[in-house]
Design a protein around this ligand. Structure first.
Ligand SMILES: Nc1ncnc2c1ncn2[C@@H]1O[C@H](COP(=O)(O)OP(=O)(O)OP(=O)(O)O)[C@@H](O)[C@H]1O
Ligand SMILES: [Mg+2]
Length: 406
């Protein structure tokens, strides 16, 4: 039986029963903003005028698939919900439509020159603004409309500015408690994970909030909860992350251990060198660090800042000649804000610990602050705090970011 939450019913009433050109639901994660659209999208497509394009825009092709197309297929079957071709063309509910990733402004050219009759927008705050501006000028047909969702961001974000503009918008804010279909245990653990961070306001309360002040507040306020003197007895494997120093930055190398079932993540050792080093000294320091720790732990991988391919090649050769059995490769270097959110949640979950002798890492997590007066979240990186140990730490755990936290 299909049932809607009270908020979803209000949205249906105001966006389907009455017409607005822009229909935007924003707010908490998992709050039910998107679910109702799995029913609205077929309705919109079936009732759209034949004159004009239908487009689905998301952050990337992959996120459109995961957030929209896959759940749509689950409800309506793949007879009605096709698969996008390489060019983004897709058959939806008997009509040819187009999917577009909007992360890069180069995608704008795909919208140029086309009149759009219906657009569905996923994760609007992650789009390049150019794509949205182009969309505004293309959504020109009579009766043309837009449905979309996002999580809130900084109040100065262009999406929030648009929501406060005079455009014909129906907007609805969702908090996590607006979704009665969620497991209460899940909701209370998510609240705990995000407590004390800007993410609580945005992803739990659904508010537009600037990221200000200390980033890892839970750690900064209660360091003794996270600093341990002995490694846990059940470390099953370790990885290392290496950030190369530059003009104003230091070399930083962190060793991270994982306990059984990834229950705990622990910084076990660090090496930190603010001095400039020649490549041979660097290779020696890295190999010495790995060899020393291989006596204690199983180390599978070393992830290195991919900006320095020549240095990485040198370290690989040096490690091979010293028969160090560790895979050395490029760090993934995903979006830094995702890595920050990951560690914020690890602290909230009490899953991440640091051995007490790793003072540079401890100081780096305590000192990290958000940059002031910017429109987007940015970790301060002006040489006044140690970002290098944070980068090194993050490189060592990027590969498990999606498996530790939902
Ligand atoms: N009316 C409903 N009936 C059954 N399940 C629902 C309903 N509304 C939402 N859900 C379920 O709740 C979960 C979260 O809903 P939804 O995906 O719409 O959240 P969201 O606000 O879009 O989250 P996010 O910000 O993470 O994209 C999903 O698993 C969804 O299937
Ligand atoms: Mg959603």
């Amino acid at each position: 039986m299909i049932d809607f939450s009270p908020k979803q019913k209000i949205v249906w009433q105001n966006t389907v029963k009455s017409f607005h050109r822009w229909n935007i639901s924003y707010g908490a994660t998992r709050s039910g903003k998107t679910y109702i659209d799995y029913f609205k999208i077929p309705y919109r497509i079936r009732s759209a005028s034949k004159d004009g394009l239908i487009v689905l825009i998301g952050n990337t092709a992959g996120t459109i698939e995961r957030n929209i197309l896959d759940p749509l297929r689950g409800i309506w079957s793949d007879a009605l919900v096709g698969y996008p071709s390489n060019s983004g063309k897709i058959r939806l509910f008997g009509r040819d439509c187009y999917c577009l990733g909007a992360e890069k402004s180069s995608q704008v050219s795909k919208l140029q020159g086309s009149g759009i009759v219906y657009c569905y927008g996923d994760e609007i705050t992650t789009w390049s603004r150019d794509v949205f501006e182009m969309l505004k000028s293309r959504l020109d047909k009579k009766g043309a409309c837009f449905d979309g969702t996002c999580n809130p961001d900084n109040p100065n974000h262009w999406v929030n500015k648009f929501l406060n503009s005079k455009a014909d918008i129906f907007q609805m804010q969702f908090t996590i408690d607006d979704n009665p279909f969620l497991d209460p245990v899940f909701v209370s653990s998510l609240k705990k994970e995000y407590s004390g961070t800007v993410y609580y306001d945005r992803y739990i309360s659904g508010l537009w909030r600037a990221a200000e002040g200390i980033i890892y507040r839970i750690f900064a306020d209660n360091p003794s909860d996270f600093i341990i003197n002995q490694p846990p007895p059940d470390i099953t494997f370790c990885t290392a992350g290496l950030d190369f120093g530059g003009n104003r930055s230091a070399h930083a190398l962190n060793l991270t251990g994982f306990t059984k079932g990834l229950k705990q993540i622990v910084t076990l050792d660090e090496w930190y060198s603010p001095q400039p080093l020649d490549p041979l000294m660097l290779e020696k320091a890295v190999c010495d660090f790995l060899e020393r720790n291989l006596k204690l732990y199983r180390i599978t991988d070393l992830y290195c800042d991919s900006a320095e391919q020549v240095l990485i090649r040198g370290i690989k050769t040096a490690a091979a000649s010293r028969k160090i059995p560790v895979n050395i490769h490029n760090a993934k270097k995903g979006h830094v804000n995702e890595r920050i959110r990951f560690y914020s949640r690890l602290f909230g979950l009490k899953k991440y610990f640091i051995l007490s002798h790793c003072v540079n890492t401890i100081n780096a997590f305590s000192e990290a602050v958000w940059e002031d007066s910017v429109c987007t979240d940015k970790r301060l990186d002006n040489g006044s705090c140690n970002i290098d140990s944070l980068d090194a730490q993050e490189y060592s755990t990027e590969f498990i970011m999606n498996s530790v936290i939902v």
